[in-house]
Write a protein that binds this ligand. Sequence first.
Ligand code: VG1
Ligand code: CO
Length: 544
Amino acid sequence: MDVRTLSSSPFHDQRPGTSGLRKKVSVFQQPRYLENFVQAIFATLSDYQGGTLVLGGDGRYYNREAIQIILKMAAANGVGRVLVGQNGILSTPAASCVIRKHQAFGGIILSASHNPGGPEGDFGVKYNVSNGGPAPEKVTEAIYRRSGEIKSYRILNAADIPLDRRGQHTMGGMAVDVIDPVADYAQLMEALFDFDRIHALFNSGLFHMRFDAMHAVTGPYATAILEDRLGALPGTVMRGTPLEDFGGGHPDPNLTYADELVAIMNRPSAPDFGAASDGDGDRNMILGSHFFVTPSDSLAILAANATLVPGYIDGLAGVARSMPTSAAVDRVAAKLGIPCFETPTGWKYFGNLMDAGKVTLCGEESFGTGSNHVREKDGLWAVLFWLNILAVRRESVEEIVRQHWAIYGRNFYSRHDYEGVDGAAAQKLMDDLRARLPGLTGERFGNYSVTTADDFSYTDPVDHGVSSGQGLRVLFKDGARIIFRLSGTGTEGATLRLYVERYARERAEHQHETQAALAELLAIAERIAGIRQRTGRDAPTVIT
Ligand code: VG1
Ligand code: CO
């Protein structure tokens, strides 16, 4: 084995954010940049020698090069076996599934998720631990510390692995299995959902859907499962070929970036069901004919209907949502008499709750929904969950959502993103607002009185770790809320996120348009924080 130890020196910007280390492709292409971070990952691990590592990514630009580098570094660092997706492809939930199924010690997932790709776009690296989920904060912080001390990295001098050929290869003393990226995942989905019933729904000829893979990683998964196994019409999956630059688009499944699908779903002869997923396959957007389901409502509806689905027929142990996610699911949990946990933003906080058996379903307002079947959010899983419910209830998406509101009340909810704003201005806005929070309690703004205003801090109920500084909350009487947070996934300037929620019990109110229903709260947010003047923006970049 020709292992080389090459000298290096630290980069000081390798602290992982909400979901791994995300930077411009050009940053990752600098000599030693990727190598340093990967060596820092190995340096923080113990007892992995001879063990199995899972490796794959969303297929974006630089994926293949990065995979060959990581394979050679894994061989040089004593990994026994690597399971790598064919052509370097593994969606984030599929990677989580493969880690768990093959008892790997961990996985390296190459993705910048919903961020644009291509030579001018973004790239990312994320480390997942043996439960299949994102490394918890204490691990990512340890990786960051190591990256700041690095003096050398180890790499094998060897030929590249032909990633297009499935089967067993070797690299130095390490086995490399190039696996079918879809097989294990599809098998897991088949175990959870009633495929026969969904097949019958598609076969009835009365039901049509479109799935927008956004030229990202879910194309092959969606085609194999929806069209080949479940009998959806050929062409159900649109933009199904993964492209290195996602066809120049922004692979973020929301009303702004999935506009082509939204237009199809708003046509006079729209399909009954529409869905989209993001760059790495962990997000989902759910649409009915002329109807949008907010991710927070989607989570609540899945929880309320879970026992219609074979994998959840025995009910839920509990549910969890990130703090900014609407409290719609809280109402379902209360009715079911199960616990509901409120965590900081990011999937890494759900892992402990699921491992401890406290939670079955969880989700985020950012189009992320998942369950304890893996330890990542899972886009296609959410789509199949909806399909299973639709196949049993045989009602429209809109009818199901409106009935849900009639029972539980409606949580009007919206997120306003101000993307790429000046970093210092955004930080100052947050600092000034944080300083003002103590004085806001008890204040009245029009129809709304503040009950609490604080900086959200979370104590993990399992390992008792504390995560503070997780978002500024202004809570009002009767469940209304305004939340301010800075994104931890962007790569340019800062992104300010404003989350606004209001609960409406009365059925007559449920007809209102979301932005109109939230207008007074949005005005209060502007008054409290001065977003326009401080960011120089008249309007948000994206409203979801
Ligand atoms: C965003 C979302 C968060 C999500 C994260 C990763 O983070 O708000 O809910 O978990 O992206 O999702 P932030 O820090 O930018 O708000 V993904 O699909 O980009 O891995
Ligand atoms: Co994603």
